[in-house]
Design a protein around this ligand. Structure first.
Ligand code: SAM
Length: 300
């Protein structure tokens, strides 16, 4: 098994997947090719490239088949983070991410959250008859209702405590200077106790929200659909501990592997196209462990 650690396996996921032991992986963090977007192989010949299917139905079926093969690799306590973008055909938005999500639900995956990845630096577009799209989805799936999730590792700053906010938790909010839910004009209001206290006043911040604003990463030239390291960081911190295995079955340029290594997780990747497999392996080999603390301020 050690020979798999921090390695990107070359080949079609559907062939290579059997090399990965069952119940090994704590978290799958991945972004498969989107439907009909682009050919990663360029002029090279790869008939088995996901995303090049003739119909949306074939694409959804292929992805569902891939994730059914991956399911036994994931521990029962594990999570799947699936990033997907949408596609327009003849002016119509196809709703691809949700179609995939529903199809996975039909196979027993538990959809725990939809997350909007908002891209502040999304490519400008020339459309004039609809809003310009600047988001993609991330779906969070579990295999069972009990799974590992470290909410504290990805908390966000409380908006109620910022200087810009009208709800500072001072006199205005609680009718008393330095008021709290227990000690102020709302004292005795059951709604502000227990769970609400944790939501609003947890010392490490509020629970992570479902809209994540993260700029596209720097490594865009080498592979045209690279997701940002920050996005992987959040998924990784919430769903794994040090030394856990993380799998990216559509490795591309290797972003998941780079972040996994930086945070001392063990990575396994799969990539169909040789030039990307080599690029990803090189990037991962050149990455070293960095004991980074999560930077909450980026979300303020
Ligand atoms: C959207 S890209 C992943 C980008 C990656 N998240 C990154 O940050 O670089 C999807 C990748 O899946 C690969 N791919 C397509 N079909 C595949 C298959 N059948 N098995 C394994 N990988 C495949 C493509 O070559 C492409 O590099």
């Amino acid at each position: 098994m050690d020979k798999l650690v921090n390695k990107v396996l070359l080949g079609d996921l559907r062939d290579v997947c059997s090399n990965i032991p069952n119940n090994l992986v704590q978290s799958i963090i991945t972004s498969p090719p989107y439907f009909g977007h682009r050919k990663y192989s360029g002029e090279d010949k790869y008939d088995n490239e996901i995303g090049r299917e003739r119909t949306l139905k074939e694409y959804v079926n292929n992805l569902v088949y891939c994730f059914e093969l991956l399911k036994p690799k994931l521990k029962n306590s594990g999570l799947l983070w699936l990033n997907l973008g949408d596609t327009y055909r003849k002016k119509e938005l196809l709703g691809v991410p949700w179609r995939v999500a529903f199809a996975l639900q039909d196979k027993g995956w538990i959809l725990r959250s939809d997350i909007i990845w908002k891209k502040p630096n999304a490519m400008p577009s020339s459309v004039k008859d609809r809003p310009t799209k600047d988001h993609e989805y991330i779906f969070l799936f579990s295999k069972t209702s009990e799974y590992y999730y470290d909410a504290d590792s990805i908390r966000e700053p409380h908006v109620t405590f910022t200087n810009q906010s009208k709800m500072k938790g001072g006199r205005n909010h609680f009718g008393k200077k330095n008021g709290t839910p227990e000690n102020g004009k709302n004292a005795g209001n059951q709604n502000l106790h227990d769970g609400r206290w944790d939501q609003a006043f947890h010392p490490q911040g509020r629970n992570k929200r479902t809209v994540w604003e993260i700029p596209l990463g720097k490594f865009r030239d080498a592979h045209f659909a690279v997701y940002p390291e920050k996005l992987v960081e959040i998924c990784l911190l919430a769903s794994t501990k040090r030394n856990d295995f993380i799998l990216d079955p559509f490795t591309g340029s290797g972003t998941t592997g780079v972040v996994a290594k930086k945070f001392d997780r063990k990575f396994i990747g799969v990539e169909l196209i040789k030039k990307y497999q080599e690029m990803a392996q090189k990037r991962i080999d050149e990455t070293t462990f960095q004991a980074t603390l999560f930077d909450f301020t980026q979300f303020i």
